[in-house]
Design a binder for this molecule. Sequence first.
Ligand code: NAP
Ligand code: MG
Length: 476
Amino acid sequence: MSIFEYAPAPESRAIVSLKPSYGLFIGGEFVDGSGSFKSISPSSEEVLAEVAEASEADVDRAVAAARKAYEQVWGKMSGAERAKYLFRIARIIQERGRELAVLESLDNGKPIRESRDVDIPLVAAHFFYYAGWADKLDHAGFGASPRPLGVAGQIIPWNFPLLMLAWKIAPALACGNTVVLKPAETTPLTALLFAEICQQAELPPGVVNILTGAGAAGAALVAHPDVDKVAFTGSTEVGRIIARTVAGTNKRVTLELGGKAANIVFEDAPVDQAVEGIVNGIFFNQGHVCCAGSRLLVQESISEEVLESLKRRMSTLRVGDPLDKNTDIGAINSAEQLARIKELTAAGEQEGAEAWSPPCELPSRGFWFRPTIFTGVSQAHRIAREEIFGPVLSVLTFRTPAEAVEKANNTPYGLSAGIWTEKGSRILAVADQLRAGVVWANTFNKFDPTSPFGGYKESGYGREGGRHGLEAYLAH
Ligand code: NAP
Ligand code: MG
């Protein structure tokens, strides 16, 4: 129990001026779509705006606009000129950072502390970073004069709407490609504000096109014959469908898919720091994180101490209004995702694992789930194998480093992993054996535009971020 109660510290939403409805962003203008749908705030179920739904014909229009811009303007422009636009976009994102953060929290449900301090600064950083590459591509290690691919079709999920947009659009544009991007159905609003930022930056029409819509619009974009490159972030299931669609075509493809990361705590780890890392690993962004540390592997000799400390720390987490600056855990993104989390946690209890959550009151409207840990989890349990994509941690124990490595790698995924130990030599030895694209040591969920990110096995293929991220958008 805390001695003092927190007073509410709400961020004002006055800075966001939402229109009642939004069109598709094609050829530098907002145009009507064929249908429409509503985007709601998952913390209140309030309708935020009506958004156009793209049809196959709209996909066709957008791809044609992107092709025209590629051939007539962007593909011919010098890298130094392209960089000016990207720098301009990066600066506008910084200037309008608060507006973007509030809108992201409204539409997605994530705490303002995270959208303000993590998402939006990283979005700007990605544009600054790739702006810097635009005139240096000849020296990036992909041949003497690498060429752009053409039109990129990009599809992103709802967990980091604007950040995933930045991961996709910044390197594509830096390399001279034009894009058609489809945001997720539940979180289209910051992508539409980004479209306004493209107008403000006077980006040539058609270089960026934003198509809001459902899975069908994404599928039409992937299948479009005039798309040269497909970039997707989302579930392994949809990733498989996309891989099948592009098989046998000349399209290049990168897939960033799911994960079930092991966060490994050895007995010599500083426990308080490790507990902070465990909390950040699974409760950051409500656990809607593909690289979340969703499987805690703790050495048996310290498991009681770690669990006790973890429970104490979890009791201080504040769940509630995403726009309150004191909030640690916001709303689950959709009723659908909440149902999936409930289904998997129920399976965990049925299979004999034991759930624990700190006492906390949940708001009566919106979609909410208490931060939860499961102990007594075996590797065969569904909650140890399947991605829950929510604030739910499965705890397993191990005795030797070899056993930790074996358990960590016992998953079809391979996106990320964490190691907590005082020994540098152990970090190197264990990291070397982990089949994961990113391995964090004594930290977790650290992101930086200079660092490549991507998976092994069913977590996908290709890398985004860093110099490596350029390769996906260059012919060489
Ligand atoms: P999802 O169903 O795969 O959706 C991702 C995107 O693909 C959305 O824009 C979605 O549109 C679209 N889509 C759906 N069906 C499609 C199809 N047949 N063809 C083309 N596009 C299609 O994933 P989700 O359930 O929204 O997101 C959660 C999942 O994403 C988790 O499994 C998580 O692991 C994964 N994820 C991975 C990463 C990574 O970097 N590896 C990052 C974030 C999330 P709609 O929104 O309209 O359905
Ligand atoms: Mg929404």
